[in-house]
Design a protein around this ligand. Sequence first.
Ligand SMILES: NC(=O)c1ccc[n+]([C@@H]2O[C@H](COP(=O)([O-])OP(=O)(O)OC[C@H]3O[C@@H](n4cnc5c(N)ncnc54)[C@H](O)[C@@H]3O)[C@@H](O)[C@H]2O)c1
Length: 335
Amino acid sequence: MKKNFIKNKKILVTGGAGFIGSNLCEALLDLNNKVICLDNFSTGKKENIAQLLANSNFKLITGDIRNIEDCKKACENVEYVFHEAALGSVPRSIIDPITSTNVNISGFVNMLVAAKNAKVKRFVYAASSSTYGDSKGLPKVEDVIGKPLSPYAITKYVNELYAEIFHSTYGLDTIGLRYFNVFGRKQDPNGAYAAVIPKFVMQFMEYESPVINGDGEYSRDFTYIDNVIQMNLLALSTTNQAALNQVYNTAFGERTTLNQLIIALRDKLAKFDPIIKEVEILYGPNRAGDIPHSLASIDKAKKLLGYNPEFSIESGLEEAVDWYWKNLKELEKNK
Ligand SMILES: NC(=O)c1ccc[n+]([C@@H]2O[C@H](COP(=O)([O-])OP(=O)(O)OC[C@H]3O[C@@H](n4cnc5c(N)ncnc54)[C@H](O)[C@@H]3O)[C@@H](O)[C@H]2O)c1
């Protein structure tokens, strides 16, 4: 499959020091591309790209997508853009909607303008499953969305609207990938806005009781990072014209409850340290802005992009837990 992906190109990854962005940079370098990473390190980490800095095909630009000059500089002579930079997290956007809006909307528009001016061939961006908002139907299909339930969800929906307008008005080709709860190596377990999987893993490893928001029966379509990388590479490489200027669910296509997830994590970690099996799981109140269930139809991506996710939730969790176990000491240093 690797041989069909784009190689020997100059590609910009915004948010390239973050979880998804740094994994993407690595995959692109493996394909012999020249990679520019634009990041302001607000949530990204130097450790995520430490090994890449030694690669002569990798260039870091420390800058902010809220600054159009930084965006223009990063887009110079670039053929393709992966736009991953944003402030993630629904709770963060509820506490500080202004900063989330400035980064996720104004920063996004800056990047579209810079990409259009630089005549990039394709702009692939991180959209979000939060765009489904209060829509009730499952599985989620791309054409049927509800009302957003948080400032973050609004910002991600507005991104899709802007991408459409930049195509119809300026002819910029875009593809939006609605990520569904991505997890895997390099995802930050620390901080108030950490995602559940790395957070629970870290807590178990420290014999600390994880707290589930609600009764644990909310469910998510947890998606392993390598499936997400595959989607991004397909979106960048596809020669199918009908696949362009579309949004795609980027998921595995299976639903796991928080209760199932946490038991699976505890069991997997207990293989490394049997004491973890005894760590108690606690329950707290539901969290504002959370949707009860999320499950993606991945039919559109299969049909138009040839997407074929290689990692199930089970095999992805296995890989992720293994990585966190091996990197525990490093992660503790960054706390
Ligand atoms: N992880 C998920 O499950 C998930 C789900 C849906 C959507 N997304 C989207 O995917 C993208 C990547 O998410 P992630 O999980 O890797 O998060 P992350 O926080 O690890 O990465 C985001 C990166 O963007 C950088 N950044 C933030 N603001 C910036 C700014 N103003 N200028 C330049 N760089 C800036 C951060 O420093 C960080 O390196 C985001 O757009 C996010 O909204 C992620």
